[in-house]
Design a protein around this ligand. Sequence first.
Ligand SMILES: Cc1cc2nc3c(=O)[nH]c(=O)nc-3n(C[C@H](O)[C@H](O)[C@H](O)COP(=O)(O)O)c2cc1C
Length: 331
Amino acid sequence: MTVNKQSLLAPAEVRAIVAAAGRAPSVHNTQPWAIAWDGVAFLITADTSRGLTITDRDGRELVISCGAALYSLRLALRKCGLDSHVVLMPTDDPRQLARVVPWRGLPASAAERRMFAAIARRHTHRGQFDDRPVNAELAVWLQQAAGEEGAALLYLTHPGQRAHVLHLAGAAERELAQDPRVRDEITAWTPAPSERRQDGVPSWAYARPDSLVSADELPARDFDLGRDIAQMQEPSRTSGTLAVLATEGDNAEDWLQAGQALQRLLVTAAQHSVFAAIHSQAIELPHTRSELRRELCTAATPQLLLRFGYAAVPTVPSVTPRRTTDDVLTI
Ligand SMILES: Cc1cc2nc3c(=O)[nH]c(=O)nc-3n(C[C@H](O)[C@H](O)[C@H](O)COP(=O)(O)O)c2cc1C
């Protein structure tokens, strides 16, 4: 592979690519990535100082988040007409997650441009969904998107299975919400409206926990914790299409694949005004995760629980804050 160091990427392009990568979803909006560009390759490193040491002890969700940023970085390169060679876990240092070497490819297709544009529209949707189920054709495309990245999207359509998974998710949320260390961690990543933070989940993005949550709804994570700071008026009353994102194994490479699959399917969905809520509680606890796996009757390992649905583009701000490119990028 020949790489022309001089002309491949101008500094402004590097910055734009890193800014696009930084729009990825991340657990509690921790944005736990650092990106370096040495003129030949991007290196994505886990910023472990941003990890959730109680909720995400082994760094699984941290690495999934970085995987989502990696997919966006690859898509941003395609937008510039560049292909990329990606090596996951390129060194013995477990914090170094991916090395991405771009090289000249075909100009971006219209479909790739649409995908890239959807990076800015994608957001985690915790509010109301329309009643209609996700279109069957789109549901297949989302599975294909996950499959292209080495993961699987499993829909929970059987009523009994769905009811059991919702029960597990509820049990997990209740158990986590009672753990004072988990509560402290959530508090640290949910700044009050007066704080001007570039990370964390802003108070307009979630509602107070819904005491009327029905057996057919996936319980939202309680980000408010009785502080009465939540600003979203209406919690979701429609559970939407439920699915589990799963991988074959459960090591850092699998987590990176899960993250890339997550972002690929989310930007695919966003092009069709379909958004997702991400629910990870049932997978954060080993016992509910094992039970979920048994319920799915598959050898695959569950990584995230997702709820999809149609949602109008919100009139309130839907863009959660991000760290500046200078904070993330080293050249
Ligand atoms: C691995 C992972 C786990 C997540 N878990 C949850 C969750 O349990 N509950 C939730 O409401 N959002 C969850 N999210 C969504 C993040 O809170 C969201 O991506 C972040 O706040 C940034 O907002 P945005 O997605 O709208 O850009 C998760 C995201 C990722 C990548």
